[in-house]
Design a protein around this ligand. Structure first.
Ligand code: UD1
Ligand code: PEP
Length: 424
């Protein structure tokens, strides 16, 4: 196993290019199951998660070729409707094949994704939604076994909580259903708009893009499509926070600033100057010295609220601020696994139920330590803390990071960081 070594204390400078979004690439790859023929996806990140998802697709009979960041996917010879435990267990997003397989094959057997380090993460809304459209779903030996008699039938589905992959699964189930489906209290994340663009390109009829009420008029068949993956807003946010945490200045490119409304405002409230271009964001410091960050509260919320996937990173930043703030996690019940590791680096954080109280000790407030990555975004918060800390930080279990950050070491090195991988 590899570990990541970070020699902290270097202020990051320069530009970094943002990759395509993991959480958009996975549903768009799943959508190719809905129509035989050659689909083309552009700006696809080469990540552990996209590779695992493509392995799952291969297992179903789907062929693909990658040329740079372009993926050609052909699902003409689909031969299986089963997503086995071994492939699903490493990645929750595997549940995204449920809706399209059921639609295309009339049946689907998908291993339950199970819980992970950030919470229980049930899929009850996916299942009750599919049942509302006429599917029969049984839970047997850890698998969701779903089938339909004929075609799914359009109906109204109300989500108690806006669920991202639940909305995506139901969208992919409804596009070929008979009649009209209305998804109420649907999630509004930009990745869903990206999926809607892909499905529309395939011939689907969907109204309400970017709203919490999606109306899908079922069509009889779909055709292959050509679509680009949107920039990864979580990767973008992570680099902005990393630059800020080290007292540096820099620019992220190939991103969509409109997808980062809450983070950019929160960064401005810390005192940083944030300049938005069409596809760039730059941060710099006011002229006053010494540089310092004001403490800013955050509360995670469904989009356009502050994203839970950027909570851990902002906490690392707030450990370097000058005062006290509160970070509240409302989406996942167990997403503070990074706190104990940040404390090892000197962070002054107290967990109080769903909130953390962070007492910032200034930009020089952390020191390097041996820490362990527990999940994807917790890991990136440790990288940020390590970059800002004095001395050496060793982060073990970095396979989590490889799920969601393309060329992390190369990108950080390009910003001047001293960071490399070593065998444990
Ligand atoms: C691959 C992908 O896109 N992953 C993202 C997606 O995960 P994911 O789609 O799994 O997250 P959801 O939006 O579904 O979860 C939101 C909340 O709803 C709950 N819930 C969800 C479904 C369900 O059937 N029952 C239920 O109770 C969850 O436990 C959670 O409390 O959105 C999360 C919230 O923005 C992000 O952190 C993940 O990075
Ligand atoms: C939680 C995340 O991913 P997943 O839903 O795939 O676990 C994430 O991207 O932060």
């Amino acid at each position: 196993m590899e570990k990541l070594i970070v020699e902290g204390g270097v202020a990051l400078q320069g530009t970094v290019r943002i990759s395509g979004a993991k959480n958009a690439a996975l549903p768009l790859i799943a959508a190719t199951l809905l129509a035989p023929g050659r689909h083309r996806l552009g700006n696809v990140p080469n990540l552990r998660d996209t590779r695992t998802f493509l392995k799952l697709m291969e297992n179903l009979g789907v062929r693909h070729e990658r040329l740079g960041d372009v993926l050609t996917i052909d699902s003409t010879d689909l031969r299986s409707a089963e997503a086995p435990y071994d492939l699903v267990k490493t990645m929750r997003a595997s549940v995204l094949v449920l809706g399209p397989l059921l639609t295309r094959m009339g049946k689907a057997k998908v291993s339950m994704p199970g819980g992970c380090a950030i919470g229980a993460r049930p899929i009850n809304f996916h299942i009750t939604g599919l049942e509302k459209l006429g599917a029969t779903c049984r839970l047997e030996r850890g698998y969701v076994d779903a089938e339909i008699d004929g075609r799914l039938q359009g109906d109204t589905v109300y989500f108690d909580i806006p669920t991202v992959t639940g909305t995506e699964n139901l969208l992919m189930a409804a596009v070929l259903a008979e009649g009209t489906t209305i998804l109420k209290n649907a999630a509004r994340e930009p990745e869903i708009a990206n999926l809607i663009d892909m499905l529309t390109g395939m011939g689907a009829r969907i109204e309400g893009r970017n709203t919490d009420r999606l109306t899908i008029h079922g069509v009889d068949e779909l055709r292959p499509a050509d679509c680009d993956i949107i920039p990864d807003r979580i990767e973008a946010g992570t680099y902005l926070i990393a630059i800020a945490a080290t007292g540096g200045e820099g620019t992220i490119t190939h991103c969509n600033p409109a997808h980062l409304p809450s983070l950019l405002e929160k960064l401005r409230l810390t005192g940083l100057i944030v300049d938005e271009g069409d596809s760039t964001v730059s941060i710099r410091w006011p002229k006053t010295k010494p540089r310092s960050l004001k403490s800013v509260d955050i509360k995670t919320m469904p989009y356009p609220g502050y994203p839970t996937d950027l909570q851990a990173q902002f906490m690392a930043l707030m450990a370097l601020s000058t005062d006290v703030c509160v970070i509240t996690e409302t989406i996942f019940e167990n997403r503070f696994m990074h706190v104990a590791e940040l404390q090892r680096m000197g962070a002054d954080i107290r967990i109080d139920g769903h909130s953390c109280v962070i007492n910032g000790h200034g930009l020089q407030g952390l020191s390097g330590a041996q820490v362990m990555a527990t999940d994807l975004r917790a890991s990136s918060s440790l990288v940020i803390a390590g970059l800002a800390a004095s001395g050496r930080t060793e982060i073990s279990r970095i396979y989590h990071l490889e799920r969601g950050y393309e060329n992390l070491v190369e990108k950080l090195t390009g910003l001047g960081a001293r960071v490399w991988k070593e065998q444990e």
